[in-house]
Ligand binder design. Structure first.
Ligand code: NAG
Ligand code: NAG
Ligand code: NAG
Ligand code: NAG
Ligand code: NAG
Ligand code: NAG
Ligand code: NAG
Ligand code: NAG
Ligand code: NAG
Ligand code: NAG
Ligand code: NAG
Ligand code: NAG
Length: 836
C-alpha cells in the first residue's frame, strides 16, 4: 500500500519488462540540456543486410528516443552529419581521415569533434560497434568531444547457448529457448533479432546456438535451413552463428544424411561425411563462425572411443571448416570419474594431463576452449593451469554468465570481479609477466587466434536471463571481451545508467549492491577455495556439502572429523600445484605463501589451522557465513530505497528476488555452519552456531494434521526436522503459546517451496489472521526446482512489524497441494537488529 501511494505521488514512468535490456534509449530528463547533435545521417552502405545499414537505423532510432530529435538519411554532405561506414568506404568517399587512425580487425574510429560525428569501422561490424558506442554516450548524457580508435583485444568473442532442440535449456533460468522448439528451429525469430542487437552492442561477434551436449539431428536438411534463417536474422547485426556438434553424428541416422557404422575421426568415410555436411551448411550459411565440440567428456562420445587423440578429433572438424574459413572451438573440459580413496587422484589435473602432450598438434583454426578454473564454474578457483601449458595452440577462456553454481540468477552475484581473478592472473611463464588475458589474446605466444566464450543461456523470459540485475553480467562480459582492462565498477555504472536511468543515487546504490554480491555469495556458500558447497549431484543450487565427497566426480573436500581440503601439493598430494610455472607452483606448494582464499584448494589442513588473518579455518567458516548472510539481508533494503525511481514492474520483480535471496542466504549459512560444526565438534567462539533463541521449531509445536519429517540433508532443516501434513488433501495446523516479551517483531517463517505443488499458508495470532502466503516461488524464480524438502526448496518469508504479546497463541494453517505437503521448518521472532 505504501508503495502504491508513493508511485501515485511521483507519477512514475510506464512499466518496463526488461526486454530492451541496456538498449532502452530512454529520453534524457528535461533537467538536462545538451549541445546540438547533427540532424543528418550518412550511411555508407545501403544494403539492408549490412551492419552499416543497421548502424544507420540504430542511430536514427536512438537519437529520436534519447534526444527527441529526428534525423534524416542524406548522402554526400560531410558537414553537420553523422557519417557511418567502413574505413574503405569512408576513404573512397571523403579521402583520408584527418588524424592518423590505428584500426585493427573489427575496431572502430569515433570522432565527435566540430559537430561532425565520424563512425568508421575497420569492417562493417566495426562501424556498428562504433554506432552503439556513440549511442551509449548519448544515453548517458555524455556529450563530450572525443576522437579515438577502439579495437577489440581478441578475435574470438563468442556466446555459447546451451539450448536443446526440444526447446529446453540446460542450466537455463530464463524460460524456454528463443531458437528451438519441438525438435526444430522456431518460425518467429523476433527474439533472435533482439538478442543479436544486444550482443552486437557490446561487441560479441558469434553465438553457438545449441547445447554442447549436442543432438545429431541439428544436421538434418530441415534444421540446416533453420540455421540459415537464424544466420540471416543475426547477420545485419554482425553476429555470426556457430553450431555444437555431436561427435557420433555419422552413426546417428540423421535424417537426410548418410548413416555410417563408425565415427572414427581417421576413417575416410567419416572424413568425407563431415566434409559433406559442412559443405551443405556453408551453402546455406556462407559465413558460419564454426563449430563448438565437447567430445570424450562426461559420457559424450569422442575420439578416445577409437583410441584417437583429442587433437585428431578436433582436426577432423578443422579440416572440414578450413576451406570455408571456419573455426573449431574444442572444449578442454575432459576428465574421467575418479576414486576418492586414491589420495593422488585429482580431476583438476585432467585438462593438463589430456591437452599438454598434444600441444602443437592442433590445426591453426582450432581454439582450445578452457574453463576459467580447472573444475567447473566454482565460486572461486585458481586460474586453470592449462593456460600456461599450451605454447603452440590457440586458447580461449570459457566464462559463465549463466549462474550455474552461483545462485542461478535468483541470487544477485555480479561476476566480473570473479572473472578478473583469472584474467588478471600472472602465470609467470619463464619468470616473466604472463597474464591470462594476454595469453588468450594470443600476445604471449604470438598466436593468430584466441579470446573469449561465455555460456549465456538467455530464454524467452522478457528479462532474458530470469532476473533484471543479472543482465549486468551479460553486458560486462561483452565489454571485458572487448577490453579486459576496463574497470568492472565503471562497467557496472554504465550498465545501471543505461538500464535504470541517470539518477546518481540509483547508479550508486545498484553498483554498490553489485560489488558486495560476489564476496557475500562466496562467504555464505564456500570459503577458502573449498568450492561452492552446493548439491553437485542434483540441482547445483542450494547447500549440500556432503554431496561433494564419496563419489567419482572429483569435486572433493575430503572433510573428516579433524581435517579438510585437497592436498594438491607435489610433495605429498596430487601434484597439481606443480602444473603451474615455477614461481606460481612454489607459491601454491607452500602453505605459508598460498593465499587464504585458496588455502583449502591446495592444502589438506586441520580445522584449527591458523589463517593469515589469525583466525582458524573453522572459525573463518563460521564468521564468513554469518557475515555473508548479513550482507545479503541488506540487498532488498538497499533496493527499496529506490522505490519511485525505478518503474514498478522491474522494481517489484527484483524486490521479490532480493527478498528471496535474503531468506535463502540464511538457509545456506545455517546448513554449512551446522554441517562443519557437527563433523568437527568445534564450537563457534561467538556462540551463534546451533544456538537459536529466537526460533520456535515447528516440530515442537502442537501439531494437528501435521507430522514431523526428517529432512535430508539434515542440516537443511533447523534441528534436522520439519513438519508436513499427514495427508496431502486436508489442512493441517501447528500452534503454540508465545513466550517472547511483548513488542514489535519481524516474524520469519521457514518452509519448503517444492516444485509440483502450490501450498497455501495462513498465520494467526489469537485467531486473527495476520499473514497469508503461498508456496509458489516456481512462478517467480527461474532456478532449477526441487521436488524434495532440501536446501533448494528451503525458503524464509518475513512479515515485518507485527505486535506480539507474551502469552499470545500463534497458529499456522497449511493447505497442501499436489506433491507439496505444506512443509514448515520453524518460525523466528526478530526484534530490530537481530538476525537468527
Ligand atoms: C555493403 O554491405 C554488403 C552486405 O553486408 C556487403 O556485401 C558489401 O560488400 C558492402 N559494400 C561495401 C562497399 O562495403
Ligand atoms: C512436434 O513435431 C512432431 C513432428 O516431428 C509433430 O508430429 C508434433 O505435432 C509437433 N508437436 C507440436 C506441439 O507442435
Ligand atoms: C513474433 O514474436 C514477437 C515477440 O516475441 C511477437 O511480438 C510477434 O507478435 C510474433 N509474431 C508473430 C507473427 O507471431
Ligand atoms: C552428401 O550427402 C548427401 C546426403 O546424404 C548425399 O546425397 C551426397 O551423395 C553426399 N555427397 C558426397 C560427396 O558424399
Ligand atoms: C545408423 O547406424 C547405426 C550404427 O551403424 C545404427 O545403430 C542405427 O540404427 C542406424 N540408424 C538408422 C536410422 O538407420
Ligand atoms: C592406442 O593407441 C596407442 C598409440 O597409438 C597404442 O600404443 C595402443 O596400443 C592403442 N590401444 C588400443 C587399445 O588400441
Ligand atoms: C600426506 O598424505 C597422506 C596420504 O597419502 C595423508 O594421510 C597425510 O595427512 C599427508 N600429510 C600431510 C602432512 O599433509
Ligand atoms: C624462475 O623462478 C624459479 C622459482 O622462483 C627459480 O627457481 C628459477 O631459477 C627461475 N628461473 C630463471 C630462469 O630465472
Ligand atoms: C592436526 O591435528 C592433529 C591432532 O588432532 C595433530 O596431531 C597434527 O599435528 C595437526 N596437524 C597440523 C598440520 O597442525
Ligand atoms: C480461538 O478460537 C477457538 C475456537 O473458536 C477458541 O476456543 C479459542 O478460545 C480462541 N482463542 C483465542 C486466543 O481467542
Ligand atoms: C519471467 O521469469 C520470471 C521469473 O521466473 C517470472 O516471474 C515471469 O513470469 C516470467 N515472465 C515471462 C514473460 O516469461
Ligand atoms: C497426493 O500425493 C500423491 C502422491 O504424491 C499424488 O498422487 C496425489 O495426486 C496427491 N493428491 C492430491 C489431492 O493432491
Amino acid at each position: 500500500m505504501r508503495l502504491l501511494t508513493f508511485f501515485a505521488v511521483f507519477g512514475l514512468a510506464l512499466a518496463e519488462t526488461g526486454l530492451d535490456g541496456w538498449l532502452r534509449y530512454a529520453p534524457l530528463p528535461a533537467s538536462i540540456s545538451w549541445p546540438s547533435v547533427p540532424k543528418h545521417i550518412v550511411v555508407l552502405n545501403t544494403t539492408k543486410t549490412s551492419p552499416v545499414y543497421t548502424a544507420g537505423q540504430e542511430l536514427q532510432r536512438g537519437i529520436q528516443n534519447i534526444l527527441g530529435q529526428s534525423c534524416h538519411f542524406s548522402s554526400g554532405k560531410p558537414d553537420e552529419s553523422i557519417i557511418v561506414g567502413t574505413l574503405d568506404a569512408y576513404v573512397s568517399t571523403y579521402g583520408n581521415i584527418s588524424q592518423s587512425v590505428d584500426l585493427k580487425d573489427e575496431g572502430f574510429w569515433l570522432s565527435t569533434e566540430n559537430n561532425i560525428v565520424q563512425i568508421v569501422g575497420q569492417n562493417e561490424r566495426g562501424a556498428l560497434y562504433g554506432a552503439f558506442e556513440y549511442l551509449s554516450m548519448l544515453a548517458q548524457a555524455n556529450f563530450s568531444s572525443v576522437a579515438y580508435a577502439s579495437n577489440p583485444d581478441a578475435p574470438i568473442r563468442w556466446v555459447n547457448q546451451w539450448d536443446n532442440l526440444d526447446g529446453s535449456i540446460e542450466r537455463g533460468y530464463g524460460g524456454a529457448s528463443i531458437f528451438f522448439s519441438n525438435g526444430t528451429i522456431v518460425n518467429n525469430l523476433t527474439r533472435v533479432a533482439e538478442y543479436a542487437r544486444l550482443l552486437a552492442s557490446v561487441g560479441i561477434n558469434a553465438v553457438v546456438i545449441n547445447n554442447v551436449n549436442a543432438n545429431a539431428s541439428i544436421l538434418s536438411p530441415q534444421n540446416i535451413d533453420g540455421l540459415g534463417r537464424i544466420a540471416d536474422t543475426m547477420r545485419p547485426y554482425g553476429v555470426q552463428v556457430g553450431l555444437s556438434l555431436y561427435f557420433a553424428s555419422p552413426t546417428s541416422g540423421v535424417q537426410g544424411q548418410a548413416n555410417l557404422t563408425t565415427f572414427d575421426p581417421l576413417d575416410p568415410q567419416v572424413i568425407t561425411w563431415w566434409g559433406n555436411v559442412t559443405d551443405q551448411i556453408y551453402e546455406r550459411v556462407p559465413d558460419l563462425a564454426g563449430y563448438l565440440v565437447k567430445a570424450s567428456s562426461e559420457g559424450q562420445p569422442g575420439p578416445i572411443t577409437y583410441n584417437r587423440t583429442l587433437a585428431q578429433g578436433a582436426n577432423l572438424f578443422a579440416k572440414a571448416l578450413q576451406p570455408h574459413g571456419g573455426r573449431v572451438l574444442f572444449r578442454a573440459f575432459v576428465y574421467n570419474q575418479l576414486n576418492e580413496s586414491d589420495w593422488k587422484a585429482d580431476r583438476a589435473n585432467a585438462a593438463v594431463d589430456f591437452f599438454k602432450p598434444l600441444d602443437g598438434e592442433f590445426d591453426e583454426n582450432v581454439v582450445v576452449q578452457i574453463k576459467y578454473g580447472p573444475i567447473d564454474f566454482q565460486v572461486r578457483e585458481p586460474a586453470s593451469p592449462l593456460f600456461a601449458n599450451l605454447f603452440h595452440t590457440n586458447a580461449a577462456i570459457e566464462l559463465e554468465v549463466t549462474q550455474e553454481y552461483l545462485g542461478q540468477q535468483t541470487h544477485l552475484v555480479y561476476l566480473p570481479p570473479l572473472w578478473n581473478t583469472v584474467l588478471d592472473f600472472d602465470m609467470r611463464i619463464d619468470n616473466k609477466t604472463s597474464l591470462v588475458r594476454d595469453i588468450i589474446a594470443g600476445r604471449t605466444f604470438n598466436r593468430s587466434l584466441g579470446g573469449y566464450a561465455a555460456v549465456v543461456n538467455v530464454g524467452t523470459n522478457q528479462t532474458w536471463l530470469g532476473s533484471h540485475l543479472s543482465m549486468a553480467n551479460c553486458y560486462a562480459y561483452g565489454r571485458l571481451a572487448w577490453n579486459p582492462t576496463e574497470d568492472t565498477t565503471k562497467i557496472h555504472e554504465d550498465w545501471s545508467r543505461l538500464t535504470f536511468g541517470l539518477d546518481q543515487n540509483v547508479v550508486d546504490t545498484i553498483t554498490h549492491m553489485a560489488l558486495e554480491s560476489w564476496p557475500a555469495y562466496e562467504n555464505y556458500s564456500g570459503n577458502l577455495g573449498i568450492q561452492t558447497l552446493t548439491d553437485i549431484l542434483y540441482t547445483h543450487f542450494g547447500p549440500n556439502p556432503q554431496s561433494q565427497d564419496n563419489n567419482g566426480w572429483g569435486q572433493w573436500t575430503r572433510a573428516d572429523h579433524t581435517t579438510m581440503g585437497m592436498d594438491r601439493t607435489v610433495s605429498n598430494g596430487t601434484g597439481y600445484s606443480g602444473t603451474y610455472p615455477p614461481e606460481v607452483a612454489a607459491m601454491y606448494e607452500n602453505i605459508e605463501s598460498t593465499p587464504d582464499n585458496l588455502l583449502l584448494w591446495f592444502h589438506h589442513v586441520n580445522y584449527t589451522q591458523k589463517l593469515k588473518s589469525g583466525k582458524t579455518v573453522i572459525q573463518h567458516f563460521y564468521d564468513a557465513h554469518y557475515a555473508g548472510a548479513e550482507t545479503a539481508q541488506t540487498f532488498a533494503q538497499q533496493w527499496q530505497t529506490l522505490a519511485g525511481k525505478i518503474d514498478r514492474q522491474r522494481f517489484d520483480e527484483q524486490l521479490y528476488q532480493l527478498r528471496y535471496q535474503a531468506g535463502h542466504s540464511i538457509v545456506w549459512r545455517d546448513a554449512i555452519v551446522n554441517f562443519y560444526h557437527n563433523i568437527s565438534g568445534i564450537a563457534d567462539e561467538s556462540g551463534r552456531v546451533g544456538n537459536h533463541p529466537h526460533r520456535i521449531e515447528a516440530e515442537s509445536m502442537t501439531l494437528n494434521g501435521y507430522i514431523p519429517y526428517a529432512v535430508s540433508p539434515p542440516e537443511t532443516a533447523s534441528d534436522y526436522y520439519a513438519v508436513v501434513t499427514n495427508e496431502n488433501s486436508t489442512t493441517g495446523s501447528v500452534s503454540t503459546t508465545l513466550h517472547f516479551p511483548s513488542g514489535t517483531y519481524d516474524i520469519g517463517v521457514n518452509f519448503y517451496d517444492m516444485y509440483g505443488g502450490i501450498s497455501q499458508y495462513e498465520m494467526l495470532i489469537n485467531n486473527k489472521t495476520i499473514a497469508s502466503w503461498t508456496g509458489d516461488s516456481e512462478n517467480y524464480l527461474g532456478h532449477t526446482p526441487s521436488i524434495y524438502l532440501d536446501g533448494h526448496s528451503a525458503r524464509r518469508i518475513t512479515f515485518a512489524d507485527i505486535e506480539v504479546k507474551e502469552g499470545d497463541i500463534l497458529e499456522i494453517l497449511g493447505i497442501p497441494n499436489g506433491i507439496e505437503p505444506a512443509p514448515l521448518d520453524y518460525i523466528v521472532f526478530l526484534q530490530k537488529g537481530v538476525l537468527d
